[in-house]
Design a protein around this ligand. Structure first.
Ligand SMILES: *Cc1c(COP(=O)(O)O)cnc(C)c1O
Length: 457
């Protein structure tokens, strides 16, 4: 399997050609999912005792499978949180694979981990967290949030023997990402949701905690604030939440998986005031820092607490912690052991382009949201649900039902034109279905926005 034969060389050239084609295409085909049976009928048996051959398998990829994909970097993909990895990061992602690096321990991965850490230092500097704060790249925001929550919970239990008997309690708001609730289940903690998607403030937290019984107050060990909600780009009052957490001696986590990239944007940086006081911060470079999937990051004010919570013991692992292998071991600061050096593509791209280019590309996303907001304001059939925030725009088409939004979404996707999905926004006690844009790709144009709005007619 590993012999370098002529076929493999040819295959390598084919793959390289394909990659060059793909990454120079700014308007890739917007595919459609197909049912599994349909894909099976088109592709046939691929896993066989003798193999079907690389050329054949690659052809099936090109003819069928890739067409059942919506590329995340399509300029009219404005759904969920899209992405737009830089060409240089994608190229270096190939090199990351080709270099066969085990990214858990310095002993094996030093060169790669060194580079990742250079990129991490820049991320940490964006937060303004104090000297000593540092982090590690994870598979995404979910793993980053989980790693932080485990660290917070272990720290809380270490502080007081009594806490070991309690189920921990975390406060966040309904604007928090679903992964916060899902990861609370994983660590068997209870979540208390402040019932507003709007800015989480000191006062809202105080009201919430005032309503708790004494035992629940004891069980409370963390607040998760959001630095850019996924739905609407809302940034909680991070400074107020920091003060609340300090007063109550509880962990302050900021989930900035989506919004974290905007820390680099001077026009909105002030909205994150207080993030520098956090105990931990999640940022997803695979969202707004133009890294290929998958690349999240978790930063800790006191990394040694994460090490205490996550360091794995095992007789065959001891050597990694030996004097001779001294260095930073990413495995000790998050939930995963064997890991890809997934910060490496980000490092290369940052080193190549410089951080100013990142600033500009992120500012462009914010600018596109403001342009879209202005277009909605000037259209008598449309209405902003709220002012654009970061790169999110929520708006309604007057008179539309949830069914209308759904049909509009499917029609645009069927036609290979755009992927724009509706969302829900809470008004009082009810949820309204509305349209939503999230801009990441700096190649999205004003014409794209105009055309998408026109598709609502
Ligand atoms: C996307 C997102 C997550 C989850 O991140 P993954 O990388 O998808 O695991 C968590 N929190 C927020 C605020 C997000 O936007």
């Amino acid at each position: 399997m590993h012999n370098i034969d002529i076929d493999l060389v040819e295959m390598t050239l084919d793959v390289t050609k394909y990659v060059i084609n793909r990454i120079t295409k700014t308007d890739p085909e917007l595919g459609m999912p197909k049912k599994e049976e349909e894909l099976k009928a088109l592709v046939g048996e691929t896993i066989t005792a003798k193999g079907i051959g690389g050329e054949n398998a690659f052809q099936k990829w090109k003819d069928v499978l890739v067409k059942a994909i919506v590329p995340i970097d399509h300029p009219r993909h404005l759904a969920f949180v899209p992405a737009s990895p830089t060409r240089s990061a994608i190229m270096f992602d190939l090199i990351t694979s080709a270099s066969c690096i085990h990214g858990a321990y310095w002993m094996e991965g030093a060169g790669g981990i060194f580079a990742e850490n250079e990129a991490m230092r820049w991320l940490v500097s964006l937060t303004g967290m104090p000297e000593g704060a540092f982090g590690v790249f994870t598979s995404g925001g979910t793993a980053a949030n989980l790693s932080a929550m485990v660290t917070a919970r272990e720290h809380w239990r270490d502080q007081c023997e009594e806490n070991k008997a309690y189920k921990g309690l975390i406060i966040t708001s309904i604007g928090a990402h679903s992964s916060v609730k899902a990861m609370a289940k994983v660590i068997d903690a209870e979540i208390l949701l402040v019932p507003s998607e709007d800015i989480l403030t000191y006062e809202r937290l105080k009201e919430t905690i005032d309503g708790l019984d004494e035992l629940s107050k004891k069980r409370l060990f963390a607040v998760v604030a959001t630095g850019g909600t996924t739905n609407a780009g809302i940034i909680d009052d991070l400074d107020g939440v920091a003060t609340f957490c300090e007063e109550h001696h509880i962990w302050f986590h900021v989930d900035a998986a989506y919004g974290g990239g905007a820390l680099a944007a001077d026009s909105v940086r002030h909205l994150f005031h207080g993030i520098e006081r956090a105990d931990s911060v999640t940022i997803d470079p695979h969202k707004w820092l133009f890294s290929p999937y998958d690349c999240g990051a978790i930063i800790y004010k006191h990394p040694e607490l994460a090490k205490k919570a996550h360091s794995q013991e095992g007789s065959y692992l001891d050597i990694f912690k030996d004097e001779g292998a001294q260095g930073f071991n990413p495995a000790e600061y998050q939930i995963q052991l064997t890991r890809r050096v997934r910060g490496l593509p980000l490092w290369f791209s940052l080193a190549m382009h410089g951080t100013d280019k990142y600033k500009e590309a992120i500012e462009r996303g914010i600018e596109l949201a403001n342009i879209a907001g202005e277009m909605v304001r000037n259209n008598s059939e449309l209405e902003l649900v709220r002012e654009p925030s970061l790169s999110c725009v929520l708006f309604r088409k007057i008179g539309w039902t949830p069914e209308d939004y759904k049909e509009w979404t499917y029609k645009n996707q069927r036609e290979g034109f755009a992927l724009v999905t509706p969302t829900k926004w809470k008004v009082g006690e009810t949820y309204e279905t509305v349209a939503r844009f999230c801009f990441i790709n700096p190649d999205t144009t004003e014409e794209d926005i105009t055309a998408i709005l026109a598709s609502m007619n």
